[in-house]
Design a protein around this ligand. Sequence first.
Ligand code: FES
Length: 84
Amino acid sequence: MAKLLYNGKEIEVKDGEAIKDYVRELGVPFGCEHGVCGTCQIDIVSGEENLNALNEAEEDMGRDRTHRLACQCKVLKGNVEIRF
Ligand code: FES
């Protein structure tokens, strides 16, 4: 079981699961949900190695391992702390 950490909260996420629905509940805004609009930008405070690799949509938008699009992220294992 992986964990998403935000502002003192710990949210359990299944290994390999997308974080979209979890971070939406925390207040991250979403638009297209397909890596096109850039609305769902989040910063990864720690645990970036526990996320899936950047995809082409994120690279095209100039994102990097610690600046991701929440609609494109999955937690593979371990803990990932975010802020937005
Ligand atoms: S919601 Fe549009 S890029 Fe994530």
